[in-house]
Design a protein around this ligand. Structure first.
Ligand code: GLY
Length: 354
């Protein structure tokens, strides 16, 4: 069993790396059980794969883990179910699932009876390395992704990499997009670990994933500890995301978040080249790693620049109508750039077309 501690002014917590049926997980849930009704929030497909895990604690609420379903209407359904099952201020919600389940359970727990506790049990690679850590919760609005939400930290994150064994290949790639982002934007060591272990990553070597997931969480903890509410350095976690969110939207979410981030990394990399922020050989290293991992690297012809730009201008990082984009400066470091000429953004995106 390994642990990471995330130290915050009000809501410090542990990320515990163990097996879902371990005494350590059991102890952690017991520690935060304040005697109210526990509600486990999960997905139907997980209930089938892991009936014991999904039913382990309290009552069960099932949702569909799709972006279309990540909505206010579904939150209302969840909250009504919580009332019906007898939840109160002492209740604990447990998010047992991927990023959508985690974001929605976190958001619901931030507003249920003005805020109750919750625990994250991430079951996808993406949720393990990113969304379960750091307290960002929320839902999509018709006008954009994750536009309504709250910062609400979990009481604990319980991570078991064995859940990766039942994920479809595309879900692993979904996580790999975010993992490459950590390497390119924030950790040269992690990038090199990925570069040196492409086969292990493709063959789902669980020992390797144990290390990669831990290392990503360590990077994320250090960033969130410095800047919990994204007033500064936390924005760097959004490398590839401004373009990526636009890709998700123009593809009607046919492209997964991590795949979109991968394409977004290439757009950001092209833009950084045009702004002389980083070297071509660093771009080539990133591009080659993504190709080897089977990640998408091209914008499709039918995704029009104007449509994507409109979506990017609704991005949460946009300030007074001006785009703020995270760009790489070398492998393992990145900065936030403002006032980027639109023609350079257009040129960079055209360079990424298939
Ligand atoms: N997923 C980016 C963040 O948590 O800040």
């Amino acid at each position: 069993m390994k642990k990471l501690h995330i130290k915050l002014p009000h809501d410090s917590y542990d990320i515990i790396f163990d097996e879902w049926d371990s005494p350590e997980f059991e102890k952690t849930v017991a520690e935060f059980d304040r005697g109210g009704q526990i509600l486990t929030v999960s997905e139907r497909k997980l209930q089938k794969l892991y009936p014991l895990a999904a039913y382990r604690y309290g009552e069960l609420f099932l949702l569909q883990g799709t972006e279309e379903n990540k909505s206010m209407a579904e939150i209302e359904r969840l909250l009504e179910c919580a009332v019906e099952k007898g939840c109160d201020r002492k209740s604990l919600f447990i998010a047992f699932g991927g990023g959508i389940v985690g974001d929605m359970t976190g958001f619901a727990s931030s507003i249920f009876m003005r805020g109750i506790d919750f625990i994250q049990v991430p079951t996808t690679l993406l949720a393990m390395v990113d969304s379960s850590v750091g307290g960002k919760t929320g839902v999509n609005l018709a006008s954009g992704k994750n536009l309504a939400g709250a910062f609400h930290q979990p009481k604990a994150v319980l991570t078991d990499v064995h859940f990766l064994e039942t994920l479809p290949e595309r879900e692993i790639r979904n996580g790999l997009g975010e993992i490459v982002k950590y390497g390119v934007g924030l950790s040269k060591d992690l990038f090199e670990l990925l570069e040196n272990n492409v086969e292990g990553l493709k063959n789902l070597d669980l020992e390797l994933y144990r290390k990669v997931v831990y290392d990503c969480c360590e990077v994320k903890c250090s960033i969130v500890q410095q800047d919990e509410k994204e007033q500064g350095v936390r924005a760097l976690l959004n490398l590839g995301h401004t373009f990526g969110h636009a890709v998700e939207a123009v593809s009607n979410f046919e492209i997964t978040h991590g795949e979109a981030v991968a394409i977004g990394l290439v757009c950001a990399g092209e833009l950084a080249l045009r702004l002389n922020l980083w070297r071509k050989d660093d771009f080539d290293r990133m591009y080659s790693l993504m190709l080897k991992l089977g990640l998408p690297v091209k914008l499709r012809k039918e995704w029009k620049f104007d449509d994507m730009m409109k979506i990017m201008l609704h991005d949460k990082k946009t300030e007074s109508g001006k785009l703020k984009i995270v760009l790489p400066t070398s492998i393992g470091s990145s900065i936030v750039e403002k006032n980027i000429p639109e023609n350079l953004i257009r040129e960079s995106m055209e360079a990424c077309r298939e």
